[in-house]
Design a protein around this ligand. Structure first.
Ligand SMILES: Nc1ncnc2c1ncn2[C@@H]1O[C@H](COP(=O)(O)OP(=O)(O)OP(=O)(O)O)[C@@H](O)[C@H]1O
Length: 356
């Protein structure tokens, strides 16, 4: 089931929570809605679910307008941050619930329900726990029951709102890998809300990055990480060094560092900002040319496979973060207090929020 979100706007008491949001979700994809708190992710998910009505725009499920359709008719499965399991029911009864409450005409027989529930228990790897109550399960296990319960009614679309938000970091990591494998097995069109960049980039086929009620960028994890469309996306997806400066005579002058690319040649003079990820900063011992800038090493964190080096620029005294492999670090034999030269191996320049 594909989902086509078109030009959705939604205000709450005059506050615009969603501003002309459009997202295309092809059948069978796992999409992450990613963004900071309050950017409108949950509101969009609730509108897709039918729990909230948009002020304008439409939601199409498989080409059919469902904007005014009731929640029940949309065949949507939900998983929320707080497991919301029935405390007085066992794992088996929780998973069976959605099937047991169906009208008699579509309700499966007792044996059929039992087979199905046991299949789901196997799928979410909770064999042997069918008769436990939620209080006898860990947080991660409860969340898997919630997922099995959502899957029991064979939804066409699965909506997950921060499903692992309440769990500790290690369990979260385990569960997101598990969710990815489960999705590869079932291929149910799924929309997954998170504010955790790592989670979105690891789990999703495509990531929709939202900010203040708008979509900033949508793309595969590689696309949004390697080619951020806006400064916001650059900042939101990991650490980045900013080099402030100007476009001048067709090249970009950022303090003493000069960056040039053919596309800069035709630009009028104006303020510009260069964005460089820490692992794209190279450290050199000798001055080579004007594309590098002098800096002093202020701190070295050398634990783990990646060595993080904090530097202070000689021209503006701003700090810079560089990440080196252990190999490169050892070859350079860097020490705190030394003066080195820093060069951007890869960079992106934005002028007034536009990338050039
Ligand atoms: N029912 C409501 N009444 C009034 N304002 C609301 C309502 N629901 C959401 N909002 C506001 O709309 C904005 C978007 O909320 P939403 O819950 O969609 O954000 P979010 O990105 O999911 O945030 P979080 O990650 O914190 O859950 C927020 O500023 C919120 O306060």
């Amino acid at each position: 089931m594909s989902i086509d979100v078109k030009n959705i706007t939604k205000s709450f008491n005059g506050f615009a929570a969603l501003k002309d949001v459009s997202v295309d979700i092809p059948t069978g994809e796992l999409i992450a809605l990613l963004g900071p708190s309050g950017c409108g992710k949950t509101t969009l998910l609730r509108i897709i679910a039918g729990l909230e009505t948009p002020d304008s725009g439409s939601i199409r499920f498989h080409g059919e307008d469902t904007t005014r359709r009731a929640v029940r008719e949309r065949k949507v499965g939900f998983v929320f941050q707080h497991y919301a399991l029935f405390k007085h029911m066992t794992v088996f009864e929780n998973i069976a619930f959605g099937l047991k409450v169906r009208p008699r005409s579509t309700r499966p027989g007792k044996a059929e329900i039992s087979t199905k529930v046991h299949e789901l228990i196997r799928l979410v790897q909770l064999e042997g726990m069918a008769h436990r109550f939620p209080s006898q399960l860990s947080g991660g296990q409860r969340q898997r029951v919630a997922l099995a319960r959502a899957l029991a009614v064979e939804p066409k679309v699965l909506l997950l709102d921060e499903p692992f938000g309440a769990l500790d970091a290690r369990v979260r990591q385990e569960l997101r890998r598990w969710l990815r494998r489960l999705h590869d097995e079932l291929h149910i069109t799924s929309v997954f809300v998170t504010h955790d960049q790592e989670e979105a980039l690891e789990v999703a086929d495509r990531v929709v990055i939202m900010n203040q009620g708008r979509v900033e960028q949508a793309g595969t994890p590689e696309e949004v990480y390697d080619r951020p469309a806006t400064p916001f996306v650059y900042n939101f997806l990991g650490n980045v060094n900013l080099f402030h400066g100007r476009v001048h005579d067709g090249h970009v002058q950022l303090g003493q560092m000069e960056l040039s690319a053919p596309e800069h040649a035709a630009l009028p003079d104006q303020p510009a900002v260069g964005y460089v990820r820490p692992h794209d900063l190279e450290i050199e011992r000798c001055y080579a040319d004007s594309s590098s800038v002098e800096a002093v090493i202020r701190h070295i964190h050398s634990i783990g496979p990646i060595v993080r080096v904090e530097l202070e620029r000689g021209d503006t005294f701003e700090s810079l973060d560089a990440e080196l492999t252990r190999d490169v670090y050892q070859k350079l034999a860097l020490k705190v207090g030394e003066t080195v030269f820093v060069r951007a191996r890869k960079f992106r320049v934005f002028v007034d929020d536009y990338q050039i």
